[in-house]
Write a protein that binds this ligand. Structure first.
Ligand code: BGC
Length: 872
């Protein structure tokens, strides 16, 4: 029996608001049989569920594609629902049934928008961070078939319909390059409408649009100084007619109880100012003011591309601490992003004041200095409801584990507090556990780094006055992220922003969305503009990684010119000799071989920059090959050969000494295949010597750390790789765990062995960058990888490299084709391997530590495989 499951359109189950004009379909095959390969598929699309009138029929297509198969039918219309069904045949000609799903298009062009942007604010509001209410009444006269709302804002919005909150997303419309791209959200509101009088309402706050951004440079109103709402409701009646309700100047506005709300700083809410039922038909709007139109090009409005940010988990307090200073502090036991929801009962006018922190200082007191200018404060003024009142903030979030209760009008009962964890909603895909509990904690910390920082944009950190989409951080972490969560659409959206922010000369800003170019001019006395090596290379590395992990060719097509533009930019910088020794670079940022007091590691920029240049060009050659662009492929291959030659001439002595004696220099040269073959052994030996000279520790920063274990294991030094991983004294991945870390730190020594802190100006305790070691854990310890030529795990490479200090590892990955599993364990001199291969894929299983007699590599089709053998 051949069955199908997880039938998706654009990665979603029955999605509404699709913006892709040629959506793609995926499905997974389930069957008790083994070695199942799809031989044919058929897809049909229709406007009705019975498929009596078929809009597009792919016919029976001879193909084993079951992931992202592109719709090739006639143009799809805005706001229309389409049913699609899929059927497949396996290699023996066994057919599945038809499986039917649907998708619904969003508004596709600016002509589809009939509403205008309306604002409750005027010029005087530029420095004001309050939130406002907007509302509009309308009549529903007939029986409704379906109703949709399309909405977005300059600023942040929450929608209400007849007194109920619409949708589960928070921090909408999310953050994009608002100068060119502003996402709208689509909501199914069929159930919220009623016959007769209805009211739609919105709360509008500053958000990324108008609030403080890059707090340390004191910039606000980056995109504009007035919040505004754009909204359109489509009601389809059972009788076939339809009605539109849109934003217009008849909408009324009013102040709200949110007196202040800023992403970095928190929220002030005066519950005495609540206007009960303000978004219902019964409410009397006298005193409300008219709203007015704001001139804003509708052409920037685009359908939502990434996943929404939603409430994901609720954490209960671990304990209430009284610090040596006498502060009352709730410990939630986990560093995270989100906010506190609390209940209180008290008198009108009484106050609650909460502050947020990631860590306690050496004495155990509440520590906020590393938040820099971010105030992370929640203030709530009670209305005095005898039944009690509950609050959670609207347009802000905090990065925290500890909450200090500075003021609370009642006895603190922990049952009245909970932490709401928020992040982009991404399917959980990867799980890794092993016999070492510290490594398991490290893996948890990596996951929490992802959860805390994937808040619509991949950010460096979620707590201080920064929270920006730093390209370098995203680039080093992306592969790890793709294992833990389905980040496909999350990165697709971010990469489209990157594309839109690329400068004409091909340069790439430091952060995406870009809020720093021309705003920060100097870092550590060095002049800066944009396009730092290892950071801007995100333009090339990220699309390639997404292609590798999900087999999505479209992302390469879409990003190709941007990728190429970045390489062209480097070419314009390097001149004839191909050594990149100009411009500003973060380099091996925060490496421990930096000069005292500096953030810049000791590896010189010309080496780092030329190495990344070579790597990006190598990826370009592969990308051109995948896209069938033979001419470019040849040019990039030639360019790559030249850079490698130049690199070797410049940085290697004729006898094979790498002229720069840092760990990162050796790591990058090995990682990017820049070492002359005959000198590889010497280079690896020197790297190991450098580690030994550092007492067995790494000294690498942002650029060397992600790859150090990988180059060791790839070059036959698995023992040394494990030794680095398993160190738990400073500096090491496990050192923070000995200090109780629940997330990855920005600095190896965020909290020093003596309990003191690294300088507060750059000391985040929730920075995922060093969590990039996850990639190595999953591929090498866990043993699951995709083949580069059959990406997206169409061909799976199982190549675990166990080492005697661990006795088992279990790794699972929900890849586009289904579940991939690899477990290994060692017991009494015997190795046990269990592998599971999903249908419609193939795999190669490399058995570690086998005896000579035993076949080392097994090529298999879908199924479950067990091996048991005495260690060789
Ligand atoms: C961020 C980093 C970022 C860096 C640039 C910092 O302030 O937090 O993670 O990549 O600046 O080097």
């Amino acid at each position: 029996m051949i069955k199908l499951q997880k039938i998706r359109c654009e990665y979603k189950n029955n999605p509404i608001g699709i913006g892709e004009r040629r959506p793609r379909f995926s499905w997974q095959i389930i069957s008790k049989l083994t070695n199942v390969v799809q031989s044919n598929y058929q897809l049909q699309v229709s406007q009705e569920e019975q498929f009596e009138c078929i809009l597009w029929d792919s016919g029976k297509v001879k193909s084993n594609d079951s992931v992202q198969v592109v719709y090739e039918g006639p143009e799809l219309k805005a706001s229309n629902r389409y049913y699609y069904r899929v059927k497949i045949w396996d290699q023996e000609g066994r057919a599945s049934d038809w499986y039917t799903q649907y998708f619904e298009m969003g508004l596709l062009s600016h002509d589809d928008w009939k509403g205008i942007f309306i604002s409750p604010e005027d010029e005087s509001a530029a420095d004001i961070s309050k939130a406002s209410y907007l509302r509009y009444g309308f009549k529903v006269t007939k029986e409704i078939a379906i109703a949709r709302v399309y909405a977005t804002a300059l600023g942040m919005y929450e929608l209400h319909l007849n007194g109920k909150r619409v949708g589960e997303a928070v921090l909408t419309p999310g953050w994009t390059n608002y100068k060119e791209r502003l996402q709208y959200q689509t909501y199914d509101v069929t159930e919220l409408l009623k016959k007769g009088e209805n009211v739609i309402g919105a709360t509008l706050g500053c958000g990324w649009y108008k609030g403080d951004l890059a707090g340390w440079v004191g910039k606000r109103n980056y995109y504009g100084d007035k919040t505004a709402l754009l909204c359109q409701m489509l009601i389809r009646y059972v009788d076939g007619t339809q009605q539109l309700v849109t934003t217009n100047e008849d909408w009324k506005c009013s102040d709200s109880p949110i007196l202040f709300s800023e992403l970095y700083h928190g929220e002030t809410y005066d519950a005495r100012l609540e206007q009960e039922n303000w978004a219902t038909a019964e409410y009397d709007t006298s005193g409300w003011k008219p709203s007015h139109e704001v001139q804003q090009e509708i052409s920037i409005v685009i359908p939502q591309e990434g996943p929404s940010v939603t409430r994901q988990e609720i954490l209960k307090p671990l304990q209430l601490l009284i610090t040596p200073k006498g502060e009352k502090v709730i410990d939630f036991g986990q560093n995270m992003s989100g906010w506190v929801r609390f209940k209180v009962q008290g008198k009108t006018g009484e106050k609650i004041l909460l502050k947020h922190a990631e860590v306690l200082d050496a004495e155990g007191n509440f520590y906020t200095t590393n938040m820099r200018s971010a105030k992370c404060t929640i203030e709530y003024i009670l209305k005095g409801d005898i039944a009690g009142e509950t609050f959670e903030p609207h347009f802000t979030f905090q990065g925290f584990r500890y909450v200090m209760i500075e003021s609370y009008p009642a006895v603190i009962d922990l049952a009245n507090f909970e932490a709401i964890v928020i992040h982009s909603k991404m399917e959980e895909t990867g799980v890794f556990t092993c016999s070492n509990e510290q490594i398991n904690q490290l893996n948890k910390n990596i996951l929490w780094g992802l959860k805390s920082n994937f808040i619509d944009v991949p950010t460096d950190c979620p707590q201080r006055d920064e929270r920006l989409g730093w390209t370098g951080d995203a680039q080093v972490f992306i592969r790890t992220a793709c294992f833990l969560r389905d980040t496909h659409t999350f990165f697709t959206k971010w990469l489209r922003d990157l594309k839109s922010e690329q400068f004409e000369n091909g340069g790439i800003p430091f952060v995406i969305p870009d809020v720093l170019t021309h705003i920060i001019e100097k870092i550590d006395e060095k002049e800066v503009d944009h396009s730092s090596t290892g950071w801007a290379d995100a333009a090339v590395i990220c699309p390639w990684t997404i292609y590798q992990c999900y087999g999505d060719k479209r992302i390469l097509e879409e990003q190709y010119e941007t990728m190429k533009g970045w390489v062209k930019y480097i070419q314009s910088q390097v001149g004839e000799d191909l050594i990149w020794n100009t411009g500003f670079h973060f380099g091996d940022w925060l490496a421990l071989d930096a000069k005292e007091g500096s953030y810049f590691g000791a590896t010189p920029n010309d080496l780092t920059a030329t190495a990344f240049f070579a790597n990006s060009v190598a990826i370009m050659a592969k990308t051109a090959g995948v896209l069938g662009n033979k001419e470019d492929e040849k040019l990039f291959l030639e360019l790559h050969t030249s850079i490698v030659k130049v690199f070797q001439n410049e940085f290697f002595t004729p006898r094979g000494r790498l002229a720069v004696r840092t760990q990162t220099a050796h790591v990058l040269a090995l990682m990017f295949q820049l070492v002359p073959e005959e000198h590889k052994k010497r280079t690896v030996d020197t790297l190991i010597q450098l580690i030994q000279e550092n007492d067995g520790h790494l000294s690498t920063g942002f650029l060397g750390t992600p790859y150090i274990c990988q180059v060791l294991s790839e070059n036959g030094r698995i023992e040394e790789a494990y030794s680095l991983l398993l160190k738990d004294d400073y500096p090491s991945w496990l050192y923070p765990i000995t200090k109780g870390a629940t997330t990855i730190w920005e600095h190896w020594d965020g909290i020093k062995p003596d309990g003191s802190m690294w300088s507060a100006d750059m000391n985040s305790f929730n920075h995922y960058a060093y969590g990039a070691i996850g990639e190595w854990l999953y591929k090498v310890v866990g043993g699951i990888d995709t083949s580069e030529v059959s990406p997206g795990f169409k061909h799976i490479v199982f190549k675990p490299q166990p080492e005697e200090r661990m006795t088992y590892a279990q790794t699972e990955l929900e890849c586009p084709y289904g579940k991939v599993i690899l477990c290994w364990s060692v017991l009494e001199g015997k190795m046990f391997i269990h592998a599971e291969v999903p249908h419609n894929t193939t795999a190669e299983i490399h058995l570690p530590q086998t005896t000579k007699e035993m076949k080392k590599v097994h090529h298999v089709g879908s199924g479950k495989y067990d091996f048991e053998y005495l260690l060789g």
